[in-house]
Design a binder for this molecule. Structure first.
Ligand SMILES: CCCO[C@@H]1O[C@H](CO)[C@@H](O[C@@H]2O[C@H](CO)[C@H](O)[C@H](OCc3cn(Cc4ccccc4)nn3)[C@H]2O)[C@H](O)[C@H]1NC(C)=O
Length: 134
């Protein structure tokens, strides 16, 4: 299965926004947006699941430190539908990461105390249209 979009060598600092714009596949099972240092060390794995890993319409968030997943955080809200065109803004500060959507916002602790985001990956059933840094 081909890898999704991967962006490295970033230098995103607190308060800045990573805007990810794209379309959820019509038959999506799930997708993930990962930000952090690299694929082994993630500040945030933001993983909306339509129907995968035993989850239905659930957002699973987690961190990863040196290749080891942390404790999962399942969100109550699920503002996604298969086939949706969406735009999300990912930002962070010393205490938490934020994923802001037009009608929902999700927070996740900055467990690793990361001071910059160097890595962005978008995986799964999501077609990236554009990435913008502001
Ligand atoms: C109850 C005992 C077993 O627990 C299950 O353990 C699974 C394996 O660790 C957990 O699934 C993993 O959860 C991680 C977050 O905590 C990640 O989501 C793991 O997936 C990583 C990954 C991304 N991708 C690319 C991708 C992403 C989205 C859609 C399609 C491909 N491929 N593998 C995913 O495999 C899964 O969330 C967990 N379920 C629960 C309820 O804890």
């Amino acid at each position: 299965m081909e890898k999704g979009l991967v962006v490295t060598q970033l230098d995103v600092t607190p308060g800045e926004c990573i805007k990810v714009k794209g379309k959820i596949e019509a038959d999506a099972k799930g997708f993930a947006v990962n930000v952090g240092k690299d694929s082994y060390t993630l500040m945030l794995h933001f993983n909306p699941r339509f129907d995968c890993h035993g989850d239905v319409n659930t957002i699973v968030c987690n961190s990863k430190e040196d290749g080891t997943w942390g404790e999962e955080d399942r969100k109550a809200d699920f503002p996604f539908q298969q086939g949706d065109k969406i735009e999300m803004c990912i930002s962070f500060d010393e205490t938490e990461a934020t994923v802001k959507l037009p009608e929902a916002e999700f927070k996740f602790p900055n467990r690793l105390g990361m001071e910059k985001i160097e890595y962005l990956a978008v995986e799964g059933d999501f077609k990236v249209k554009a990435i913008k840094f502001s």
